[in-house]
Design a protein around this ligand. Sequence first.
Ligand code: AMP
Length: 218
Amino acid sequence: MASYIVFLGPPGAGKGTQAKILAQSTGLPHVSTGDIFRENISQQTELGRLAQQYTEKGELVPDDVTIGMIRERLRRPDCEKGAILDGFPRTLAQAEALDRLLDEFGSRVNLVPFIQVDDETLVARLSGRWTCRAAGHIFHEQFNPPARPGVCDFDGSELYQRKDDRADTVRHRIQVYRQNTAPLVEYYRQKGVLFELDGTEPIETVTKVLLAALEGIN
Ligand code: AMP
């Protein structure tokens, strides 16, 4: 049976960082709806132009668009053994759509790492965050700096600051998370797949705990 891992937690909790590490160690693809939107925005595709109106303000892209996009992504051959989802689902409707899709595949969500971090830390993290152009690797000018400022340690590409990482937009994204996405914690807890993590611990500690939890699934 395929393995589907869904990262849950507020923006800045470390979902992208951990999802990337896990993808490397498991060989499962890292599927980030935020990354897919950003790619489409930089190429100015039809989807990108639509998504941009929402992402710039820290609002959610409408469910039908996001769900359609993820259905297409998870049907690709590289997701045959499962996927590590980062940033999806973000609403109850998305979570239910994901369950239906995985049901079609004869599968289900196996593990939901829920990374908890207080609001103050989130704002500090996001406003100092630098992201790599080539693959979305994530750094922080203070907490996780790259060896050379402005250059990605992994692929040497340029680091940039996301527009939606500005302090005012960050606060709005946290509110949107509390209102729309936080209810998914209970949704997955009731299914018995929620795994709570303290996201204020160092990156390596969170990874270790996560890898141990992964051993127990399936
Ligand atoms: P992220 O990189 O996960 O922080 O996502 C960046 C932005 O993309 C979000 O603030 C939303 O505007 C949009 N986005 C990403 N994932 C979703 C989703 N599952 N549903 C709706 N909008 C999303």
